[in-house]
Design a binder for this molecule. Structure first.
Ligand SMILES: NC(=O)c1ccc[n+]([C@@H]2O[C@H](COP(=O)([O-])OP(=O)(O)OC[C@H]3O[C@@H](n4cnc5c(N)ncnc54)[C@H](O)[C@@H]3O)[C@@H](O)[C@H]2O)c1
Length: 263
C-alpha cells in the first residue's frame, strides 16, 4: 500500500523538473494528482504518462480565477483536495541595477503571492476534511542570500515567513504546512538562467560562477527525486507532527564553510 493511498493532490509547476517528479512519485504512492502548470504541452504530456490517476489542468498561480477553476476541476475529477504542493516558481539572474520594476513584481507574484492564493484556494476543502498537508517549495535562498537573484531570494524568504504564519492559523484545523529548501533539483537550464546569461556571454562579458563549487557531498548534485522524496514524506501521515518548519535538502551546502581540504 502506498504512503498516499486515497489522497487527492494538486501540484503546481508540475509539467517539468522537480514538480513533475513530485507528481510521479505521488501517483506511485497511491495519490490521484492534478498536474498543473502554464506550459500546457509539457503538462499534458507528463500527466498522460501517469495514467488515470492524473490529469493536467492549466493553472497560472498568479490568477485567483485560475485557482478556483483548478479546484473545481479537481472536485469534478477526484473530489476534495488533501495535499497541495506550491512548487511553481520563476528565477531571473541579474544584478540589482538591472532589475526592472515589472520583473521584480512578476517574481514576487509567481513565487510568493501564488502560493498564498494556493493556500486560500484549498483551505476550505482541508478544513471540511479536518486534515491536509501543504508543502511550499523554498530554497537554500530562503535561508541565506545569493547575489544576482535578489528578488528570488526575497520571494523565498517571504514564503518561509508566510509558511510560519500560516502554520499558526492552519494547525488548529488539522492542516499541516511546511517549507522544503533544496539546493538543486531540475538540472535543465531554465529561461531565467539561459536567456539572460547567454545574452551576456554572447555580448562578450566574461562570467564566472563562484560558490556553486562548494559541494560538500563530493560534487554530486541534487536530483529531482532527492527533493521529491522529502516532499513525499511531509505530505504523508508519517510526518504527522512536522508543522511550520523548513527542511533543507541541500547536501550540506548551508552546513558551513570548508577552509582546509586535502586532495
Ligand atoms: N532547480 C534548482 O536548483 C532549485 C533550487 C532551489 C529551489 N528550487 C525550487 O524548486 C521549485 C521547482 O524548480 P525547478 O528547478 O523544477 O524549476 P522549473 O523552472 O523546471 O519548474 C518550475 C515550473 O513552474 C512553472 N511556472 C512558471 N511560472 C508559473 C506560473 N505563473 N504559474 C504556474 N506555473 C508556473 C514552469 O512552467 C515550470 O514548469 C521552484 O520553487 C524552485 O524555486 C529549485
Amino acid at each position: 500500500m502506498g504512503r498516499l493511498e486515497g489522497k487527492v493532490a494538486l501540484v503546481t509547476g508540475a509539467a517539468r523538473g522537480t514538480g513533475a517528479e513530485i507528481a510521479s512519485l505521488f501517483v506511485q504512492e497511491g495519490a490521484r494528482v492534478c498536474v498543473s502548470d502554464v506550459i500546457d504541452d509539457r503538462g499534458e504530456a507528463h500527466a498522460a504518462t501517469l495514467g488515470d490517476s492524473a490529469f493536467y489542468q492549466p493553472l497560472d498561480v498568479r490568477s485567483e480565477g485560475a485557482w478556483s477553476q483548478a479546484v473545481d476541476a479537481v472536485h469534478e475529477r477526484f473530489g476534495p483536495i488533501d495535499l497541495l504542493v506550491n512548487n511553481a516558481a520563476i528565477l531571473d539572474v541579474r544584478p540589482i541595477p538591472e532589475l526592472e520594476v515589472a520583473r521584480i513584481r512578476d517574481l514576487l507574484d509567481v513565487n510568493l503571492v501564488g502560493p498564498m492564493l494556493g493556500v486560500r484556494a484549498v483551505q476550505p476543502d482541508m478544513e471540511a476534511l479536518g486534515r491536509g498537508s501543504i508543502v511550499n517549495m523554498g530554497s537554500i535562498d530562503a535561508m541565506e542570500g545569493m547575489g544576482w537573484v535578489a528578488p528570488y531570494v526575497a520571494s523565498k524568504w517571504g514564503l518561509r515567513g508566510f509558511t510560519k504564519a500560516a502554520a499558526l492559523e492552519l494547525g488548529q484545523k488539522g492542516i499541516r504546512i511546511n517549507l522544503v529548501c533544496p539546493a538543486g533539483g531540475n538540472r535543465e537550464l531554465t529561461e531565467g538562467f539561459r536567456d539572460n546569461l547567454q545574452r551576456r556571454v554572447e555580448a562578450g562579458e566574461k562570467l564566472s560562477v563562484k560558490g556553486l563549487d562548494h559541494a560538500v557531498m563530493g560534487g554530486r548534485h541534487a536530483s529531482a527525486r532527492d527533493i521529491a522524496n522529502v516532499v513525499l514524506f511531509l505530505a504523508s501521515d508519517e510526518a504527522a507532527f512536522c508543522h511550520g518548519a523548513e527542511y533543507l535538502v541541500d547536501g550540506g551546502h548551508t552546513a558551513g564553510h570548508i577552509w582546509f581540504a586535502t586532495g
